[in-house]
Design a protein around this ligand. Structure first.
Ligand code: SAM
Length: 318
């Protein structure tokens, strides 16, 4: 059916993200020793503005994520929605920043691929076994559950089944919770993505939601981005929620979140520490800075928080 074709095109986007990250890491933008186990070879060249954009995205998201985990002193959980082949679990393990439990959700077929990779690549499975206390580790084709890491196959558009599955795997609504979605909500209709962020606001008393995706899509450049995806049968069903930084924030403020902030990625890029920027700009020559400007103006990070118990204020540290 049409829906199947559309969903299949959306599932295929998990490779795009990983292929681009693999390429950028091969050029030395940042280090990710695990990504090679998810995409075998460094693919064809990507333009410098794309690599710099990925750098800003990874730095921006990791910065917010790590700050949350440190603030909670690891006594928290993380849920990566539409995680694809993301390697954050291993990065946090290596940085000694493991939350109590790290959850990932994606379509069952994507999850099956990820689990297959984990099963067959010891550098991926070893950290998982090391953080697990018993010998009863659940590892079947469509889900993985260990003490600290859990991967669930589910459709984010079906909230009740999502909620049920997460609870079955010991999601704890009482723990401070970080939810992350990177280039995921944009593939759902505005009402479907609102349902996701509303569910999160209702479920947790203390939480932060980080959302990275397209923004400012109504101009000519945005139209070209949409057309490029459509050529691959891929529809940005949620593009209406991506009109501006305000519409990004609105989605959260309308659904029970207390605060929301959003920055476009050219701003995030300009906030990178001087020496990091100097380092990455020396990696590859970028002829037209205009290209970087335009591209990064069309992506944003939005983060929303709620803290009903005022934990951030009572915990003392900054
Ligand atoms: N977040 C990952 C990253 O940044 O590397 C992957 C991004 S990829 C562009 C989008 C991911 O969202 C895909 O893995 C896709 O399967 C997943 N996704 C999109 N819609 C979904 C839905 N309704 N239910 C579950 N997963 C979904």
């Amino acid at each position: 059916t049409d829906t199947d074709t559309a969903d299949e095109a959306v599932r295929a986007t998990c490779d795009d993200a990983t292929i681009c990250k693999r390429y950028a890491t091969s050029k030395g933008y940042w280090k990710d020793p695990y990504i090679q186990y998810f995409v075998r070879s460094v693919g064809e060249r990507k333009a410098p503005e794309i690599n710099r954009g990925y750098y800003a995205r990874v730095q921006g998201v990791d910065h917010l994520l790590d700050a949350f985990i440190k603030k909670a002193e690891c006594d928290c959980q993380v849920i990566n929605l539409g995680a694809g082949l993301d390697t954050t679990f291993w990065r946090l393990k290596d940085k000694n920043l493991m939350p109590r439990k790290f959850f990932e959700v994606d379509f069952p077929t994507v999850v099956a691929r990820k689990i297959h990779n984990i099963k067959t690549k010891p550098p991926l499975s070893k950290p998982l076994i090391e953080t697990h206390s018993t010998d009863s580790l659940l590892l079947d084709a469509h889900s993985l559950d260990s003490d600290r890491y859990c991967i669930i196959g589910a459709d984010l558009r079906d909230i009740s089944s999502l909620d049920e599955k997460l609870k079955k795997f010991q999601l704890n609504p009482e723990l401070p919770t970080l939810l992350l979605s990177e280039c995921v909500l944009v593939y759902m209709t505005p009402s479907q993505s609102s349902n996701v962020v509303h569910w999160a606001a209702e479920t947790f008393h203390t939480a932060m939601f980080i959302n990275y995706e397209q923004v400012n899509m109504s101009d000519r450049f945005g139209q070209v981005m949409i057309e490029n995806l459509q050529r691959r049968q891929c529809t940005l069903a949620g593009v209406e929620a991506c009109q501006s930084l305000d519409s990004q924030k609105e989605r959260f403020l309308k659904t029970g979140w207390q605060h929301a902030d959003a920055l476009d990625m050219i701003t995030v890029y300009s906030m990178l520490p001087q020496e990091d920027m100097a380092r990455i700009e020396s990696l590859e020559f970028l002829d037209e800075r205009e290209l970087l400007q335009q591209l990064l103006q069309h992506y944003s990070i939005c983060w929303a928080t709620k803290d009903r118990l005022n934990l951030a204020r009572t915990s003392g540290t900054g």
